[in-house]
Design a protein around this ligand. Sequence first.
Ligand SMILES: [Zn+2]
Length: 351
Amino acid sequence: MYPILGLSIQGKHTETTLVGAVLELQKQGMGIMSGLVLFTTFVVPAMELSGLLFVLLPLKLNKKIRGQAAVFRLIQALRPWGMIEVLMLGILVALVKLAHMATVQPGWSLWLFGAFIFVMAATAASLDSEEIWLRLGRRYPTGTKANAGAGYLSCHACGLLARASPENMEQHCSRCGGALHVRKPNSIGRCWSLLIAAMILYIPANVLPVMSTSSIVGAQVDTIMSGVVYLWMSGSWPLALLVFFASVMVPLLKLMALVVLLVTVQAGSRWRPLDRTRLYRLTERLGRWSMVDIFVVTMLVALVDVRPLAAVQAGPGAIAFGAVVVLTMCAAMSFDPRLIWDSIQDNVHTR
Ligand SMILES: [Zn+2]
């Protein structure tokens, strides 16, 4: 509701809220990008909050409502897409960039978002999903000590064990309703296709401008890399390093890591499975931080609208870059890390 940042240049003042920034992108014809920003910073946290309330409140009152398990499964699947903390980093970068050309005032929402991140992290830390699953369903053994070789399947969402049906038919978890399979279906094919799409888009994401600035002194276009160089030249090198790592290194390392994982799994390699599993986990966790540049552009577009002095417009590179982040996140999610171990444990039952 309240402004995140305010900006004054030579007596002209602008300020923006989160939703205001999304609408500004929409106005510039950046519908996909504004949708992505709205989804990751507003829709997902809102769904997470209302979903948790829907699951926890009846449990507190010792009641059960239909659909609680499905909702809990949904909010756990949505969690990686909530990116408020990445947005905060984006706001910080925008603030540093703007501080050189104008007076920037942090708004109420900036502090409120800070508090929100803290409280949400505490919520996630104190939420014991195992406990919730036990209360939502009957007491079944979970997948921790089980062996897939004994003809059991463990649910991806809640960890409940189910006996694998002898026929190769589709099975659903009796507790949360999630689909059950020994390994994620078509994991390798799906991962490759998303990965190749991401690789192709990685080129326009880095070559095309992510934003263009027009001011009375002239126009300037910025790619991801020139944005990093600008931060470096203006003396904020810690931030330059951070942005370089998040938006240049992380996507590149992610693409390479997934290629290594896919190739080794397809070759049936037995090479350092533990390290490869760690690599997978790292890839899955770091990926979302690449969104930071998308949020920087969003904030700059919304704030720097002091015509005729200066105006910032989002460029096509930003859409390609956002697509790379989303595609690599989906690729990492569709990869099944259990495939790494299949060639090592020959006795494990696989399809
Ligand atoms: Zn389940």
